[in-house]
Design a protein around this ligand. Structure first.
Ligand SMILES: [Ca+2]
Length: 330
């Protein structure tokens, strides 16, 4: 086996959900799908007037028109939270029952890009229609775009809190993978560097790489391969998204590692190892022949199986290096 090294990454993705200063880091795809955050009104940010609660909660599929303002001169507390949609489709925002200082009045609305307290009709996307019980808003969103959740008092200024759960639409589309830099057909080195990216970039949460027949393992760009055996190698890279969708058509780079001085050293080392392994097989055969009891013979045969396996692998490596040297000489 070649002493290659894959630079590993945890494959973690960050989905920004910025309350004033909250960033939720998602480690596993399952955790990316649904997340709950606390929402609270602390009385420090205010606006005059509020959205009318017309009893209609926004649902996906048909946008709710802006319901208008209540038309009073009362000042309300507000709080805003940014959310970057991880998928395109119906985003569900569910609010738990509210705890307030005196009465349950925390009203949620959703905006595209930004919220302006002096123009609540601008960029309006939806709201929950009422503000007393646990309720749900459905809004159609686009992956990678920022949305703003606004919490506001509906009755008077008071501190309130609730939990809000974001459930994005399931994403079943895998990203594409593009190799952006690959070694030439022949590299006069036992190391190689490859770079790659996913498409769409915003859909990618990580990459998996495979050298030759090894298993895919988490990796990142640039991928640095070192200690490559002389000869032809194939590297396959596939992008993965937050939802665990994996590119079914990995990007592939094929090249020959042709550090010929290194190859001569590799061959010398491999031949020495093969000769040693062959001696171990001969020794194990003798031990089987000389075994003085069935138990001793069984033990010796096990050793012979192990030694034979090792010797075959060592011989294959010698053959592979010689083949590699021939490929590099062509
Ligand atoms: Ca996707």
């Amino acid at each position: 086996m070649s002493a290659h090294r894959l630079r590993r990454t945890a494959g973690a993705a960050v989905l920004a959900l910025l309350a004033p200063l909250v960033v939720v880091t998602l480690v596993a795809p399952a955790e990316a799908l649904t997340q709950t955050v606390p929402v609270s009104l602390d009385g420090t940010t205010t606006q005059v007037d509020r959205i009318t609660r017309n009893g209609v909660a926004s649902t996906c599929g048909s946008a709710k028109p802006f319901p208008g303002m209540a038309g009073n001169a009362t000042t309300y507390n507000i709080a805003t939270y940014e959310y970057v949609a991880p998928s395109t489709g119906c985003l569900t925002i569910a609010r738990s029952a509210v705890t307030c200082a005196s009465s349950s009045n925390l009203h949620l609305a959703v905006y595209q890009k930004a919220y302006d307290p002096t123009a609540p009709q601008a960029l309006y996307l939806g709201d929950q229609g009422s503000s007393n019980d646990a309720s749900t808003i459905g809004v159609d969103v686009v992956r990678g775009r920022t949305y703003v959740l606004v919490a506001m008092n509906a009755l008077n200024q008071e501190s309130c809190s609730a939990n809000v759960t974001f459930t994005p639409a399931d994403d079943t589309t895998p990203p594409e993978t593009l190799m952006t830099r690959a070694p030439g057909a022949k590299v006069r080195d036992s190391s190689a560097v490859l770079t790659f990216k996913g498409d769409p970039v915003g859909d990618v949460s990580g990459f998996q790489c495979r050298l030759d027949s090894a298993a895919f393992a988490a990796c990142e760009s640039p991928l640095v391969l070192e200690g490559l055996l002389v000869g032809t190698h194939t590297v396959a890279v596939r992008a993965v998204d937050l939802f665990g969708n994996v590119d079914p058509t990995p990007a592939v780079a094929t090249f020959a590692s042709c550090d010929l001085a290194g190859a001569t050293r590799q061959l010398g080392t491999a031949e020495t190892a093969a000769a040693k392994a062959a001696k171990a097989v001969a020794k194990a055969k003798k031990a089987v022949a000389k075994a003085s009891s069935p138990r001793a013979e069984a033990k010796a045969r096990k050793q012979l199986v192990r030694a034979t396996k090792k010797a075959k692998a060592a011989a294959r490596k010698v053959v592979a290096i010689r083949q590699g040297m021939r490929a590099c000489a062509e």
